[in-house]
Design a protein around this ligand. Sequence first.
Ligand code: AHM
Ligand code: MG
Length: 331
Amino acid sequence: MAQFEEGTTLDRFLLETTREHPEASGQFVTLLKQVALAGKLVSARVNRAGLAGMFGATGSMNIQGEYVQKMDLYANETFKGALEHAGVVCMMVSEEEEAPIFVPDRFRHGNYIFCMDPLDGSSNIDTNATIGTIFCVFRRCSGGDGRGDPSDALRSGREIVAAGYIVYGAGTVLVLSTGEGVHGFTLDPTVGEFFLSHSDIRLGEKTRSYSCNEAYSAQWDPRLRAWLDKVKEPSLGWSARYIGSLVGDFHRNLVKGGVFLYPPTAKTPNGKLRLLYEAFPLAYLVENAGGAASDGTMAILDKVPGSIHERTALFIGDRDNVEEIVRALRG
Ligand code: AHM
Ligand code: MG
C-alpha cells in the first residue's frame, strides 16, 4: 500500500488507496466520503450542544431500553440522511432503530450495507466527555434484494470490508480501516477537512492498562476477577482508565495501549455491547492494528449475529492481554 505523509487529506487518501484496487467501485469512496460529511455535521453540533439546546434526553426509550438523548436522534438522522440518498447503500442498521432502515426504492441500488451506533456513549454528552460514531460496512449479499431483510446483515465479521469510528472529543478524529492498516484523520474545523494525523496505527505488545467498569466486578466470572487481582500486583505497574464511553475508551487504548473489558454481568448476562455495530467494527480495527478481540470463547469477528441488536461480551486490545484473559476464563 502507498505510504502517505501526515497532513494528507482524507479525500486524497481514499482516492489513491482505492486506485490500487480497480475492482473497488466509486460507490465505496462515495460511501466513506458521506460518512466523513455526516461526521463533520455531528461534530459541529456536538461542539455547540450546550448552546443549541441539545443536552439531555428526549424522554423516550430506544429498542435497547435506554433513554434516547437528543444528540442520539440528531446523529442517527444525520448519518441516515447522508447515506440514504447517495445510492451506495441498499440497507442500513442503527442502534437507534428496531428494524433495518428502509432506503427509498430509487436509491436502493447501492452495493453496501452500513451498520452504525450513531452516537456511542451519548449519556456522557452533558459532561463534555468523549463520544463517537461507530460503523462497519458489508458488501450487499449476492442474493439479497436490499429490501430490508434483516438476515442480509447477519453475516460473519470476517465479511466486513471497512470499519471505523469518529470520536468527538477535544478534537474530532476519524479512525478507519479498509483492511490495510488503521489510519486516523483529524478534523481541522477551520477548513472542514480531515487530515491524516495517525498513520498505520499499531497496538503495542502486552500493554499495562485496563479499561472496565470495575464496580461490576463482583458480578463477573471469578476467574476474570482473579486475572484482575493478579495484574494489580504493584510491581507489574498497571493502571486503569475508564470513561464509560466505548469509543472513547477504545480510542485511548488504540493510541496509548490498553485492554478494554465488558464481561457479562447479572444485569446483562450476554454482555452489554452490541455485536453488529459496536464490537464488530472495533474488532476489525483492532485486528488490523495487530491486536485481538474476543467474547471470552471465540474471536469476535468469527461470530455471526442471530439478530441485528444482539449483545456480546467484549475483551479487546493488544493480543497478549486478550489471549491471557481468554486463557484465564478457560481456567
Ligand atoms: P450506548 O451505546 O447506549 O451509549 O451504551 C454503550 C456504552 C458504551 O459506550 C460503554 O462502554 C458502556 O455503555 C458503559 O457501560 P457502563 O455504564 O455499564 O460501564
Ligand atoms: Mg453504543
